[in-house]
Design a protein around this ligand. Sequence first.
Ligand code: GLP
Length: 240
Amino acid sequence: MKVIVTKDYAEMSAAAAELVAKQINDKPDCVLGLATGSTPEGMYAELIKGYEAGKIDFAAVRSVNLDEYYPIKPDNDQSYRYFMNTKLFDHVNIDKANTNVPNGLAEDAAAEGARYDKIIADLGGIDLQILGIGQNGHIGFNEPDTELVAGTHLADLTEDTIKVNSRFFASVDEVPKQAFSMGIGSIFCARNIIIMASGANKHAAVAKMLEGNITTLCPATLLNLHPNVTLICDEAAYNG
Ligand code: GLP
């Protein structure tokens, strides 16, 4: 795993945006795997600036998002579809028909998982996947467990994750208890992966991942098995 340590969140965001911009410039119709949460917000803001400056063209870019709450309507302001539209897609020249987020209203979970993995396969895999990391080491919504699911699936959120994510909701009771998430296998369809982390509250998970051992009890450690992963984290996440 390649490691880039930045001074702070702003530098982390700029460094990640630079790699995404390079990917788009190298392959204008690339497939981006996108993440939500607080971590990549600054990176999306940098990408919008790059677009406005005429340095990045999203016209041919395709995207697949990591995860989506269940059940949730796409126009709910807590949905990850809403997040992507408002934080990036509405501000650049990406064709929304080329953007994919799991369907937070799908009634048949197995069919939705299969549909989503087929989308990834039909796109020819992911060129560059962006990941955040949960405080408990989750990636997407692959939560620590004795077994992990390979493909896109409906996941039960842990109490910890529900509590951490409740900061975005009016109350903890409003946080959905489940979410569709790419599985570890779906994520490993990516040729290159960037995992981002900011803040001392991510230090334990980052440190566990950097130990280099593999455990499903910290899903991010599986990234040590992937040949092209870059960790971009700030000093607080790196040093604690
Ligand atoms: C969330 C998301 C993940 C995200 C992680 C960290 O629950 N499912 O995709 O990477 O947890 O979130 P944040 O960036 O807000 O700390």
